[in-house]
Design a protein around this ligand. Structure first.
Ligand code: NBP
Length: 479
């Protein structure tokens, strides 16, 4: 074969096909392959005019079509399919070639696969890709992990097809082995939190403020030109504007109120539990979806008539719309602060040396959580790369200080009127937890020492102590 491809894509369902087209549209020759040849043929038949594709029916032909070091992007259903594809291709590759898993893999699988392929002299790149099918075609946010040296050969192609902000690509080397997929996972976790908070804002404006979906759409449209400006706020306005063609009712009223999930939010929370990082905003959003989907429990509660508040109080203190905007912004800051803290904790745990500011930078376009707000996060880490929490950066500190009275009023109103706002309330509790000079954790330590002799530290001297609770005089001893 005379012409060689700079990159190959195997797995040509919606994501792989669009990623391959994106490479081709940028002038790269792309080898394309799929388990069943039909998809490969369809891609070339429909979009062959967009660039140079080399269709391959067999794995051998596909590999032979690639220039060295070979760059093989795998875009198949995450899980066993990815292992099957690796098993098929790894024996055909040579030292220094790259297998790039662009699916939504769990970072622990990526670590395992990277270690196994490294032993064979192959580079394995776990690569987070965000932006859905449109992003894959027009410019996603790309989060590649894996060996640094593989980025030297791969990065320029990825940066070519990534989304751009002021000419800067939304793609950077995240860190070794599972770092890219970890960051993509947390991105999705933050996305869950963002969506939950927006949903709570809508619910309060509708139930407390009495606004119609159209009026709330207008409010979100206005917020989109302010500090909350983001893709998710923009599409929220669009969804709320939509009228159902068959009934004439607001679209939002004809959709079953049971949110689904594919699992990356849950993974984020599981990983956070293992790392001991309180990502309460993300956890509440995952649990809120689970609660919404618990049809049996909700029906049992409805049948039993679980009572709500006896009288709905007015929203105290002013303009509900302005207050909800403040609560939404402050809670969003908390959710992002928690997500970034989780990335930093994992980076420390696994020795990834992830630059959090660079993550904010590559999330500014192409991905689902793209927002103006990410510029401020990037600036915060530029100013202070070792920032412990975003909440202490000047910009965010000012924003939360300015928002907190309104934020508290909104949480009070939600509680008084019996409207669930777990995202707003838990974000506020987290904020107050961080601020507290003394936490009741001291009492918990006392309880632990009482029933389990788990010992405690004192505020006034070094060492571990245990109180002999069962004795009459309850003497304290060194532990
Ligand atoms: P799917 O997740 O629906 O996977 C379909 C592809 O996997 C087809 O090419 C299929 O081949 C291939 N495949 C399967 Br299934 N089992 C295989 C096996 N044992 N060996 C080889 N190939 C196999 O495709 P998608 O929606 O394009 O998503 C691809 C990846 O991108 C996933 O990991 C997904 O989580 C991730 N992702 C998706 C989005 C999104 O918005 N959809 C966004 C970001 C990331 P076949 O044609 O022969 O059946």
């Amino acid at each position: 074969m005379s012409q060689k491809a700079q990159i190959g894509v195997t797995g040509l369902a919606v994501m792989g096909r669009n990623l391959a087209r994106n490479f081709a549209r940028h002038g790269h020759t792309v080898a394309v392959h799929n388990r069943s040849y039909g998809r490969t043929k369809e891609l070339v038949d429909q979009f062959g005019h967009e660039g140079t594709f080399i269709p391959a029916e067999s794995a051998e032909d596909f590999v032979a079509a690639l220039e060295r070091p070979r760059r093989v992007v795998i875009m198949v259903k995450a899980g066993p399919a990815t292992d099957a594809v690796i098993e098929e291709f790894a024996p055909l590759l040579e030292e220094g070639d790259m297998l790039i898993d662009a699916g939504n893999a769990h970072y622990a699988d990526t670590r395992r696969r990277e270690a196994a392929l490294k032993a064979k002299g192959l580079h394995f790149v776990g690569m987070g890709v965000s932006g859905g099918e449109e992003g894959a075609l027009h410019g996603p946010s790309i989060m590649p992990g894996g060996p640094r040296e593989s980025y030297d050969a791969l990065g320029p192609l990825l940066e070519d097809i990534a989304a751009k902000v002021d000419g800067e690509p939304c793609c950077t080397h995240v860190g070794p082995d599972g770092a890219g997929h970890f960051v993509k996972m947390v991105h999705n976790g933050i996305e869950y939190a963002d969506m939950q908070l927006i949903a709570e804002a809508y619910d309060l404006l509708r139930q407390v403020g009495g606004l119609s979906p159209q009026e709330i759409a207008t409010t979100f449209g206005e917020w989109n030109s302010g500090r909350l400006g983001s893709y998710l706020i923009e599409i929220t306005a669009e969804v709320l504007k939509q009228t159902d063609a068959s009934t004439g009712r607001p679209f939002v009223d004809i959709v079953l109120d049971q949110a689904e999930q594919k699992g990356t939010g849950r993974w984020t929370v599981q990983a956070a539990l293992d790392l001991g990082v309180p990502v309460s905003g993300i956890a509440e959003s995952v649990f809120a979806r689970a609660l919404s989907g618990g049809a049996d429990v909700r029906k049992a509660a409805a049948d039993a008539g679980l009572p709500g508040p006896s009288a709905g109080a007015e929203h105290a203190g002013g303009d509900l719309r302005a207050d909800v905007e403040q609560a939404l912004f402050a809670s969003k800051i908390v959710a992002y602060a928690q997500g970034f803290q989780q990335i930093q904790a994992a980076s420390k745990e696994y020795g990834w040396e992830i630059d959090p500011g660079a993550m904010a930078k590559i999330w500014r376009a192409g991905c689902i959580i793209r927002a103006k707000f990410l510029d401020f996060i990037k600036q915060a880490y530029d100013k202070q790369p070792s920032l412990t929490t975003l909440l202490v950066d000047d910009y965010f500190l000012d924003a939360v200080s300015g928002a907190q009275d309104a934020w508290r009023r909104v949480v009070v109103t939600a509680a008084q009127q019996g409207i669930p706002a777990p995202g707003f309330a838990s974000a506020l509790a987290y904020y107050d937890g961080l601020r507290a000079k003394r936490l009741p954790a001291a009492l918990i330590q006392g309880q632990r020492d009482f029933f389990g002799a788990h010992t405690y530290h004192r505020v006034d001297k070094e060492g571990s102590f245990h109180t002999l609770w069962a004795t009459d005089d309850r003497t304290e001893v060194d532990a």
